[in-house]
Ligand binder design. Structure first.
Ligand code: KG4
Ligand code: ZN
Length: 333
């Protein structure tokens, strides 16, 4: 089956062509217009998707050496995300479906990130635990079987990527700040700035306290060293993830762990979770760097799997700003 995957939920216009789980092409265009505003401007994002989605689709097909008429299924992110941005991809996918008379399926963005673990034939046995760490979500999910999700804990305030972006902004670094924090942290000294590791009582995440601690530190020390703040913020933020996942592994007895979402592109995170996996004697799965952040290939594969089990979506399927994984469990999306 040849699937076109379209992703426009936030500030990346991304299209991938996937054949039975194998990636033939994966083209991502990151919008840079938001950088000067220090965050995503929803209306600008939607307008940029309108300009970009058709050319990006052309390139994706060209790289895959396929024609649009070869496509068997059109898969698109229907949420969660920015409604205006989602509607661009969704309307485009529905139009293609009508014009080509091919089925269309709307998929959940978080489920897309989870399927990034299975691209190119990578195998992962059920049940497994997933840590989802992106700009909009930070949650730990137990996946009992295909399409059966149980969210064990999520953030009570900011998402991890959001905290990286906000701290980067505070340090005067560009948006999106995650990769800049990682780069600056490489030259910082651990321990040079004392920052707390968040430790909520329940199996949940929280970044508000850590973010405020960075704010107070930079306010009280106007000559602060950017690299040291970045390094110590990153250390606390990632240590928090490791500690919560450690608890979730004990609670579920899971022997397989997946880490997905934009923040999983962070090398320090990857190293910390490799160490955790060694310590616990479990199998760790993290997608290749390019499939950690938003992309069309993961949406294509999630759509392909859902289509095989539940069939196509109706053409009146709507975009959704919020849609927890538990809500889509084993149902047609
Ligand atoms: O999954 P994603 O591309 O989009 C969402 O669904 O949110 O994740 C984007 C987030 C941003 O907050 C970005 O700063 C963060 O992932 N990110 C990183 C790194 N690369 C991307 N955070 C830390 N280190 C990185 N290397
Ligand atoms: Zn994402």
């Amino acid at each position: 089956m040849l699937t076109l995957g379209i992703e426009t939920s936030c500030d990346e216009t991304a299209v991938g062509v996937v054949e039975d789980g194998t990636i033939l092409s994966n083209i991502v265009s990151s919008q840079i217009a938001h950088s000067k505003f220090g965050g995503v401007v929803p209306e600008l994002a939607a307008r940029d998707h309108i300009r970009t989605v058709v050319p990006i689709t052309r390139v994706a097909l060209e790289v895959a050496k396929k024609r649009i008429h070869d496509i068997d299924l059109i898969s698109v992110t229907r949420g969660p995300g920015l409604i205006g941005a989602l509607l661009v991809g969704l309307s485009f996918a529905k139009s293609l479906s009508i014009a080509l008379q091919k089925p269309f399926i709307g998929v959940n963005h978080l489920e897309g990130h989870i399927y990034a673990l299975r691209l190119n034939g990578q195998r992962l046995q059920y049940p497994y635990l997933v840590l989802m760490v992106s700009g909009g979500h930070t949650e730990v999910v137990f996946i009992e079987n295909e399409f059966v999700y149980r969210t064990l804990g999520r953030t009570t305030d900011d998402a991890c990527g959001e905290a990286f972006d906000k701290v980067a902004k505070l340090l005067g670094l560009p948006y999106p700040g995650g990769p800049y924090i990682e780069k600056y942290a490489q030259q910082g000294t651990l321990g040079a700035v004392k920052l707390p590791v968040p430790r909520p009582k329940k199996l949940s995440f929280s970044y508000a306290g850590l973010k405020t601690a960075v704010l107070y530190y930079t306010r009280d020390n106007p000559d602060y060293e950017q690299h040291d703040v970045a390094a110590n913020f990153q250390e606390s933020a990632l240590q928090h993830l490791v500690e919560v996942v450690d608890k979730a592994l004990d609670r579920t007895g899971a022997r397989n762990l997946g880490v997905v979402g934009g923040v999983s592109a962070n090398s320090c995170l990857r190293e910390k979770f490799r160490a955790l996996a060694r310590r616990k004697g479990i199998q760790l799965h993290i997608p290749d760097m390019q499939y950690c952040t938003d992309n069309g290939a993961m949406i294509a594969l999630a759509g392909e799997r859902r289509f095989e089990r539940f069939g196509a979506s109706d053409l009146d399927a709507d975009a959704v700003a919020r849609e927890p994984l538990d809500a889509i469990a084993s149902s047609k999306s």
